[in-house]
Design a binder for this molecule. Sequence first.
Ligand SMILES: [Zn+2]
Length: 213
Amino acid sequence: MKSNKQRRAEIKAHRLERAAALAARLRVQDVRLPQIEWAHPLDWEPADRLVLGLYNNTYSPLPAFYAARQFTCRDCGAEEVWTAKQQKWWYETMHGHIDSRAVRCLACRRARRERLRTAAPGANLLLEKTDRLRALGAAKPSAQAKSEVEAALQSKWWSLRVVAIQTMGRWGGEANLARLHAFMAARPEGGRRYFGWERVAADAARSALTRRE
Ligand SMILES: [Zn+2]
């Protein structure tokens, strides 16, 4: 008859054996089937073709299900998985076009969104420049202020050029007023169909001169 001590030793040995066997099996599996690949066939979601049909004008057949897709991030080159759930959400909740695909990893998507968000302050920059130019018009023109107005007249933003013209009107003086008149004189003919900077400048100059009277 076996003693309790013997029995415990046997149970312990058996457990160790099983753990070793399991570890060996996992090792083999890891080598043969990288985790990312054998996860794919398991990850799928049924597609709702009715919803897809509502939002997709396409001749290509609509999918019956979504399976996880592997893709390489366009920005950082990371290997990523677009899960079946994410695809279902993209196509059926966000109504992404059925031909659209994930191209960036989450980190790069966030970084890109942040870049786009902070690129928008072009609008704030314009606002800042406009305010600054208006403030210059309230004081006597310094050489610095004059050169800022000249720079503003060359700006890619027409609205800033218009403020530069208004500033020249507020400053007055022979040279500035002569330039405003020159803008007016350069107003192109062509009625409403013509829209260009010369016409905008002429109208801005006229309104700046009218305000002076
Ligand atoms: Zn990335």
